[in-house]
Write a protein that binds this ligand. Structure first.
Ligand SMILES: Cc1cc2nc3c(=O)[nH]c(=O)nc-3n(C[C@H](O)[C@H](O)[C@H](O)COP(=O)(O)OP(=O)(O)OC[C@H]3O[C@@H](n4cnc5c(N)ncnc54)[C@H](O)[C@@H]3O)c2cc1C
Length: 384
């Protein structure tokens, strides 16, 4: 597809945020929308590399509310968008192995229940009874919500891109954005490897790379790219079909069913920020050993695949929505490791902000860029 020379909006980044925003803007009737992606395929950034987890279990009210809007959109995805995204409601089971985390879990469940999410608080014995394949002698508490689960990230991106294209959105891959012209404090044009587009409106949805896009417009965004990695196993017949998404909270080690095998990941707390997306083999061994310790049958498994991707981390681990000091330069980024699940509602919220100047689905105005300079960071509801 040829690059148009003008656009009413240029959306930079063809991951879940850009794709959802393009769809929702077009659905609201906006014309001349251009969605640009630097890679050959859409959804190959953080979105295509994520674990596909979706959950209501969060520790801040705004994150729970984002899930309460976004996850039902995923449930209705096939009906609305026409694409099956394979939402498996296997539940998330979070496990605490120390008193501090157990106390936090209790507060989290109270918050979630107050907001209408029926998360259950479990004892250590409940955890062990639910997970006979795992060794959690040290578990002292757990939390479980059945409607949490896993979803196919590529299905969501491609569903939104195809539906947006049907409404006239020009979705262009292999279009690397290289510059943004700003004059008199206002966006004027976007330069790309395929040419220039004149525009007065840009949405920065470039995920881990959105700090670089911000720099092009002279806007400083506190986004740090941080590598995370995981691996999958060959089929393991002992893992039941209803195996939940298990998180060993203190170790940030997680397991979920992937096809007939398992997907296993763990966060490297010593990871240094950067754009490297190669698997760190040494850390993979650390991950494997931790996984075998919890789930001995992993020792019998062989690795089917492995990969790494980048989190886009902000100082308070909450996203950034809305405008900036440069007129026409808007952002939807900084989801800090849980953006896939909030992609559907985030695109909708950005369509509201761009077309109406305010959010109507959910008030996310506290998640603006200015909060960082004004010291309004989002506090954890229940830091114990
Ligand atoms: C290993 C891992 C596991 C995760 N697990 C989960 C999970 O279980 N659940 C969950 O909800 N979230 C998870 N996340 C987080 C989630 O993947 C992200 O928050 C979300 O996908 C961000 O979407 P995005 O559209 O903002 O970014 P991306 O998907 O990265 O999209 C941004 C796009 O912008 C493009 N781009 C960048 N620069 C340019 C440029 N100059 N020109 C043109 N295009 C450009 C990139 O190529 C990319 O495709 C995980 C992330 C990782 C890395």
């Amino acid at each position: 597809m040829n690059l148009p020379t003008t656009a009413d909006i240029v959306i930079i980044g063809g991951g879940v945020m850009g794709a959802s925003a393009a769809y929702h803007l077009a659905k609201r009737g906006m014309k001349n929308i251009v969605l640009l992606e630097k890679e050959e395929f859409f959804g190959t950034g953080a979105t295509g590399r994520c674990a596909g987890g979706v959950r209501y279990q969060f520790s801040t009210e705004i994150n729970v509310r984002l899930s309460q809007e976004s996850l039902p959109m995923i449930e209705r995805f096939k009906e609305e968008i026409g694409q099956d995204v394979n939402y498996i409601q296997c539940g998330y089971l979070l496990i605490a192995t120390n008193e501090k985390d157990a106390a936090t879990f209790k507060h989290n469940v109270e918050l979630q229940n107050r907001l209408g999410v029926p998360t259950q608080l479990l004892s250590g014995d409940d955890v062990r009874a639910r997970l006979p394949l795992l060794k959690f002698d040290d578990a002292i508490a757990g939390t479980f919500n059945q409607k949490d689960g896993i979803v196919d990230p590529n299905g969501v991106v491609m569903g939104y891109v195809s539906a947006a294209q049907k409404m006239g959105v020009q979705a262009i891959s292999k279009a690397n954005v290289t510059g943004i012209s700003v004059s008199d404090g206002e966006v004027r044009a976007v330069q790309t490897s395929l040419g220039e587009i004149q525009t007065r409106m840009v949405l920065n949805a470039a995920g881990p790379w959105s700090g670089l896009i911000g720099q092009m417009a002279g806007v400083s965004l506190p986004i740090v790219p941080l590598r995370r990695q995981m691996f999958t196993t060959n089929p393991l017949k002992d893992v039941p079909a209803d195996f939940p998404f298990v998180i060993d909270f203190a170790k940030s080690l997680y397991f979920h069913r992937e096809g007939e095998g398992l997907l296993i990941g763990m966060s490297n707390q010593n990871e240094t920020p950067g754009f490297d997306q190669n698997v760190d083999d040494d850390f993979e061994l650390v991950n494997l050993e931790a996984a075998i310790e919890r789930m001995p049958l992993v020792e019998k498994a062989s690795r089917a695949s492995h990969w790494a991707g980048l989190y886009e981390v902000t100082p308070d681990a909450h996203p950034i929505y809305g405008g900036t000091d440069v007129k026409g330069f808007t952002v939807c980024t900084g989801f800090s490791g849980h953006g896939f699940m909030h992609g559907p509602v985030s695109g909708k919220l950005m369509s509201e902000y761009i077309l109406d100047g305010k959010y109507s689905t959910l008030d996310v105005s506290m998640l603006d860029l200015k909060r960082f300079e004004e010291g309004r960071l989002i506090k954890e509801y229940n830091v114990v």
